[in-house]
Ligand binder design. Structure first.
Ligand code: HEC
Length: 206
């Protein structure tokens, strides 16, 4: 039993160490969306806020000490079992998101983009579309906090946002639509293309 426990501990320690230095964590694709979606709603860390603008690299770096997550308030405030941020009633960061932020800071908090391969020919709902919503949108569009009445945390809610060209109009920043993600930079051309192709294919729940 002791040996088993020991093996499990060693195993998880090694896996964590390996993952912590995973070079595929990329600021633009993996880190920025967490702050845009979960911290930048108006009244919180939106552009111009005296609490700090978390929609840009420079704004985020004001709270980061590169290579030292435990000296970075951007990490210490979200860490632990009872983190002070995001405040109660907002969507908490997932363990995976906290882990990525810690790893990104440990690796030097670089401003990298385009490190994730994005394949426009793959546009399945579960594998491609919902993950875009989960990274970039659900901080403001969850079931309990549905901005504009839109819940993008599940298939039915995403399908509901397609009507009247709302979903595409907002992410393409077309005239007459509220540009989304609100306060954030536009989704990449590849991400927009995936969403467009999935809608054109009849938005299957695949
Ligand atoms: C920081 C908060 C925030 C984020 C992140 C965000 N939204 Fe929104 N969204 C809102 C709010 C608030 C509204 C309500 C309209 C308004 O006040 O602009 C809204 C409205 C919308 C609407 C309805 C727009 C209209 O013209 O009626 C759609 C569709 C939408 N969002 C899609 C998205 C998508 C897709 C994403 C992710 C790519 C996203 N939003 C990310 C806050 C956000």
């Amino acid at each position: 039993m002791t040996i088993l426990l020991f093996t499990v501990v060693i195993f998880s320690l090694t896996t964590c160490t390996e993952k912590a230095y995973d070079p595929s964590i990329c600021f633009t694709e993996n880190i920025l969306p967490i702050f845009v979606s979960k911290c930048s709603m108006s009244g919180c860390h939106s552009p111009g806020s005296r609490r700090g603008d978390f929609t840009t690299y420079d704004g985020i770096m004001k709270r980061v000490v590169a290579k030292h997550p435990l000296q970075s308030s951007m990490y210490t405030k979200i860490d632990g079992s009872n983190p002070s941020m995001p405040p109660r009633d907002y969507i908490p960061l997932t363990d995976q998101e906290k882990f990525m932020i810690k790893a990104w800071i440990s690796m030097g908090a670089l401003n990298q983009s385009n490190c994730t391969v994005c394949d426009t020919t793959s546009f399945k709902f579960a594998a491609d579309i919902q993950p875009i919503m989960d990274s970039w949108c659900i901080g403001c569009h969850s079931t309990s906090n549905a901005g504009g009445g839109y819940d993008l945390s599940n298939y039915a809610g995403v399908v509901n946002s397609i009507a009247n060209n709302k979903l595409l109009g907002t992410i393409k920043h077309s005239a007459g639509y509220n540009a989304m993600p609100q306060n954030g930079s536009q989704l990449s051309g590849c991400q927009i293309s995936k969403i467009q192709s999935w809608i054109n294919a009849g938005h299957p729940n695949d």
